[in-house]
Design a protein. Structure first.
Length: 302
C-alpha cells in the first residue's frame, strides 16, 4: 500500500516542483536571500531539488546596510558551506549613485530604498524570475499574490492583473523586460516553516532564539534593538530584555518580542499561542498606513 504523505511532505513536494518549474521555464532566474528563516528554507529546498548538481540560479542579497550582524554572518557561512554563487548589491551604493535621500526619523528604515537596488540588480543581470520566501499569511497584500507573480518592465506589480493558477499549472510566459516574482512557500504558514525547520534540523541565526539584548522602547511599546543606525535622544528609554525575533529585517524597523523560547519546540508552542502575525507584531514599516506593503509592492518591492 502506498504510504500517505503528511502535510509537510506535501508542502515540500509542491515547493520543489515550483523551483524546478522556475529552472525549466526561465533563462536567468535568481533566488533572493536575506538570511531570514524563510529564505533559509528556500535554500534547503533548492538543495533537495537540484543536488548533486549546482543551483541553476545565483543567490542575491540586497544589503540595506542596516542588517543584523548575526544574519550576515549566517549568510556568509551558509554560502561557503554549500559552495553556491552569491551576488550582493548594497543600498548604500544606490543612494550615492542615484543621489537618493536616506530616511529621516528615529528609526530610519531603508525598505523603500532597497526597491531601487533590487530593480537595478534585476536589470544588471537581466533576471527574468526572482524567487522569494514570502508567504500569504504574513500580510494582507501578500495574500493577493500568485505563486508566479508578474512584474511589468518597470518592476511594478498590479494586484488586479494576476494570472489564474489551476491544477499546479504555472504560466511563466512574459514579454521582454518583464520579470516574475516566484513564491514557492506561498502556501506555508509561520507554524509550517518552524515545523519543517524542526523536522529537517535546519540551523538558523541565533537571534531567532531567546537572548538578552539592549532595546529601545517605542511609543507603542515595541522593543527595537539599540544600534548605531537609530537616532535616539534623551527621552528614549533603554532596557535589557530577554527577547527573540520572529522575522529578520532591518535593525531599524524590526522589533523583538519578549520570549523564553530557547528551543525550536519552545518557539512552536509560542507561535501556537500568538494572536498576531509575525509582521503584524514586529515590522514597523508595515504600520505606516493600511496599504503600506501593497504600495511598496506596486513600486517594485518584493
Amino acid at each position: 500500500m502506498k504510504q500517505k504523505l503528511d502535510y509537510l511532505d506535501q508542502l515540500e513536494n509542491e515547493a520543489i516542483y515550483i523551483l524546478r518549474e522556475v529552472a525549466g521555464q526561465f533563462e536567468k532566474p535568481a533566488l533572493l536571500f536575506s538570511g531570514g528563516k524563510d529564505s533559509i528554507c528556500l535554500v534547503h529546498l533548492a538543495l533537495k531539488a537540484f543536488r548533486p548538481g549546482k543551483f541553476p540560479f545565483p543567490l542575491v542579497h540586497v544589503d540595506t546596510g542596516h542588517n543584523f550582524p548575526e544574519a550576515l554572518q549566517y549568510r556568509d557561512n551558509l554560502v561557503k558551506e554549500i559552495g553556491e554563487n552569491l551576488i550582493v548589491r548594497k543600498v548604500e551604493d544606490t543612494i550615492k549613485a542615484k543621489k537618493l535621500q536616506d530616511a529621516k526619523g528615529k528609526f530610519p528604515s531603508r525598505n523603500a530604498l532597497q526597491t531601487y537596488t533590487l530593480l537595478d540588480v534585476i536589470e544588471e543581470f537581466e533576471f527574468d524570475a526572482c524567487i522569494g520566501g514570502a508567504r500569504r499569511d504574513e500580510e494582507k497584500a501578500r495574500a493577493k499574490e500568485r505563486i508566479f507573480s508578474v512584474r511589468d518592465e518597470f518592476g511594478q506589480w498590479d494586484p488586479k492583473k494576476q494570472r489564474p493558477e489551476l491544477w499546479n499549472i504555472y504560466n511563466g510566459k512574459i514579454n521582454k523586460g518583464e520579470n516574475v516574482r516566484v513564491f514557492p512557500i506561498s502556501n506555508w504558514t509561520e507554524l509550517d516553516v518552524w515545523n519543517y525547520i524542526k523536522r529537517e534540523k535546519i540551523e538558523l541565526p541565533n537571534i531567532y532564539f531567546t537572548h538578552e539584548r539592549e532595546c529601545v522602547v517605542t511609543e507603542s511599546g515595541q522593543l527595537m534593538a539599540n544600534s548605531e543606525y537609530l537616532k535616539l535622544d534623551g527621552s528614549d528609554v533603554l532596557t535589557t530584555k530577554k527577547v527573540r525575533y520572529r522575522t529578520v529585517g532591518d535593525m531599524t524597523c524590526t522589533a523583538a518580542v519578549e520570549s523564553e523560547a530557547y528551543t525550536i519546540e519552545d518557539i512552536i508552542n509560542e507561535i501556537k499561542e500568538a494572536k498576531i502575525s509575525e509582521r503584524g507584531a514586529t515590522r514597523m514599516d508595515d504600520k505606516i498606513s493600511e496599504a503600506a506593503m501593497e504600495d511598496r509592492k506596486k513600486s517594485g518591492y518584493f
